[in-house]
Write a protein of this length. Structure first.
Length: 474
């Protein structure tokens, strides 16, 4: 007897007293509470009240009754194990829309050893699920810690901007003091050394575009300042002119932007530019500071993205969906939302291993990232569940993109470590944001209804606003 687990419950749907007794005699030795019923309505009431750990289902019952039990379990408690009890060796491939492959089978006459094996297998699976849940909680706590670090880094960025402004003001004061007092030369040399050796890249350009100063860090990263403007320093060459115009109009400019080193590599930077004026000579120019924020960007990506698929994490995706939903309502723009998951993904993990399952998830995510636009947003919201929203695009148009994703994914071939080849498919449900006000949760429910319809249609299809999409030429 396994005394380490107690207070577990099983529910038996079986028309034969002898079978119920065979099962009950074994399960009582494993500390199970036994519930049994030959009436489907009574049995479903037991199921909802007792929330059993295992359901035994007699396939000799009418097929519609068997399908009703499977549908209720899948909808209300999908984690509950279901064991099918066939009356003969020949089994149907499906019962209604449910594949027999997804369930454990226990043939009659009941073998106590096989029944005991099923119990141990179920308990082992339960422990795995508990471990997975614990790991998810750990990742959530880690995400919170990363968000705290990001907040601290953002505060540090604001501090750098303030320091940049203070440095520019200090520079003007030092220049004036040099002309007024000869004894300030020593102080200027100290300040000059600090600027020269600063880790941030510093550049001073006169109003005519000629660089009058750059420190060692600037030289290391970018070489000699260009004579024809700063466009080549930025990955987006238009940023240099935009920044210069903004300084002329407002006196300062601050933004995060990718920059290019003289070797051609790019890195994220905090760019700060301030207008400066020599109070004595009247010369004007711009004081630039370029700070490398690669480490901050790395922490931000870890907090906002799913580590396996590199799509947005559930929390950050829902934040973006909330803001885009509000924006679409305010400006009466169309917005469509898609929920999708991989068909029978648990079977892929069970048959080919979790490493192969991770490969399938990663490949699907890359296809999604390839096919959607830059303004579209995709996230992983569960194990094999994904979500995509399409700003300014109605569901019927977005369905074309979803069909491309579906067809590309269906055509992919996978192989596990043993060399076994297999394929995978996905189902998509998409809905338009209603004109009348609905909550974000209600909007998600509309898309989920379309996904549920896609599953009812047999998987591997796209359903838009509860209507199946047929796009044979995508």
């Amino acid at each position: 007897m396994d005394s380490s687990i107690t207070s577990e419950t099983v529910l038996i749907f079986d028309a034969q007293e002898s079978v119920r007794k065979e099962i009950s005699d074994v399960l009582r030795n494993h500390n199970f509470v036994i519930l049994a019923s030959t009436d489907i309505e009574e049995g479903l009431r037991f199921f909802r009240e007792a929330n059993p750990d295992i359901v035994f289902l007699d396939l000799a019952l009418p097929e519609k009754s068997v399908e009703l039990v499977l549908e209720t379990v899948a909808k209300e408690s999908p984690d509950v194990a279901v064991v099918l009890l066939p009356s003969k060796d020949t089994l149907p491939e499906t019962i209604g829309t449910f594949s027999i492959d997804a369930y454990d089978i226990l043939y009659r006459p009941i073998q106590p050893t096989m029944l005991t094996h099923l119990i141990r297998h179920n308990r082992f699976h339960t422990k795995l699920m508990e471990g997975a849940t614990s790991h998810v909680r750990y990742l959530e706590r880690r995400t919170v810690a990363l968000e705290v670090k990001i907040s601290e880094l953002e505060k540090h960025g604001a501090k750098l901007v303030r320091q940049n402004n203070e440095l520019a003001q200090s520079d003007r004061m030092v220049r004036k003091a040099i002309l007024e007092r000869e004894d300030t030369k020593k102080q200027l040399r100290i300040v000059q050394t600090a600027i020269d050796k600063a880790t941030d890249s510093i550049l001073i350009v006169k109003s005519n575009g000629i660089a009058v100063y750059f420190n060692d860090s600037f030289s290391t990263h970018f070489g000699v300042p260009p004579k024809m403007g700063l466009a080549r320093l930025f990955k987006n060459r238009e940023l240099a002119s935009v920044m210069k115009q903004h300084v002329r109009d407002h006196g300062e400019f601050t933004a995060e932007a990718p920059m290019l080193t003289r070797a051609g590599t790019d890195f994220p930077a905090l760019v700060s530019a301030n207008a400066i004026r020599d109070e004595v000579t009247g010369d004007e120019g711009i004081f630039y500071i370029f700070s490398d924020i690669t480490e901050q960007e790395k922490l931000r990506k870890e907090a906002y993205h799913d580590s396996l698929t590199e799509l947005y994490s559930r929390g950050h995706f829902l934040e973006l969906l909330q803001s885009n939903t509000s924006l679409a309502r305010r400006h009466t723009h169309p917005l469509s939302l898609c929920l999708c998951d991989l068909d029978k993904f648990k079977l892929v993990n069970d048959t080919y291993g979790h490493v192969s399952g991770d490969t399938v998830l990663s490949r699907f995510s890359r296809i999604v990232a390839d096919e959607i636009r830059s303004e579209d947003v995709a996230g992983r919201i569960g194990g094999d569940e994904f979500c995509i929203f399409f700003p300014h695009v109605p569901a019927d148009v977005a369905s074309i993109c979803l069909e491309r994703i579906r067809c590309r994914f269906e055509a992919e071939e996978f192989k596990n470590d043993a060399g076994d080849k297999f394929g995978a498919t996905a189902s998509f449900g998409i809905a338009d944001l209603p004109l009348t006000g609905v909550s974000m949760e209600q909007f998600l429910e509309l898309a989920d209804q379309s996904l549920y319809r896609a599953k009812e249609e047999g998987n591997n299809c796209t359903v838009s606003n509860m209507e199946r999409i047929e796009l044979p030429h995508v």
